[in-house]
Design a protein around this ligand. Structure first.
Ligand SMILES: [Fe+2]
Ligand SMILES: [Fe+2]
Length: 192
């Protein structure tokens, strides 16, 4: 089993565990590849453990954004839950493969990730589906996770306008999207 990300575990146990009544969500996380999965195959944090690290980065960004705007309507459990679990759609999703690359004239075997989608359910909507097998989400939590990709969401690209209604109704959805962008393109942008 992959090493559990200690920051993730601490935030989860402090703020989310009370919502995870029988510990079933936590059991799912530790039994799945969540803690060994990368955050992406080709871009940010494309290494084992990247997904958990990204989720922690999103949590810190979300906390900062809410504090800066003095948003007090969301409980610590909601804030931690949407940030830590927003990308559960990437569980059991990446596959580690090997390929040969030429380095200084010599061939070398390197690891890389490919996508092997076993539950083709979209992105944010897939995370909501997985989480709701284990714990109950409020409407705002579900909306936030569902629409966290903002304009990159394929439904939005296909012309679905309901994201605008969701963002109008639910500030948490706007802030989670912004936190995701900040974590991905500022905190995790290592120039690769
Ligand atoms: Fe995502
Ligand atoms: Fe994300």
């Amino acid at each position: 089993m992959a090493l559990i990300n200690k920051d993730f575990e601490q935030i989860y146990k402090t703020h989310v565990a009370s919502r995870d009544v029988n510990g079933e969500m936590w059991n799912y996380l530790i039994k799945s590849d969540f803690f060994s999965a990368p955050a992406s195959a080709r871009f940010h944090l494309k290494y084992a453990g990247g997904l958990a690290e990204h989720s922690v980065n999103v949590y810190h960004r979300l906390k900062k954004l809410l504090q800066a705007d003095n948003v007090t309507q969301y409980g610590e459990d909601s804030i931690a839950l949407v940030a830590l679990l927003h990308d559960l759609c990437k569980v059991n999703y990446y596959k580690l493969s090997k390929r040969n690359v030429k380095e200084n004239g010599a061939w070398k075997e390197v690891d890389y990730y490919t996508v092997e989608e076993k539950l083709p359910f979209g992105h944010g909507e897939k995370s909501v589906f997985i989480i709701m097998n284990y714990l109950k989400l409020s409407k705002d939590e579900a909306l936030a996770i569902n629409w966290h990709m903002g304009g990159w969401d394929t439904r939005v690209k296909g012309g679905d306008y309901s994201i605008s209604d969701a963002y109008r109704q639910c500030p948490l959805a706007v802030y989670l999207h912004l936190a995701d962008v900040q974590a991905t393109y500022i905190d995790e942008n290592h120039g690769e």
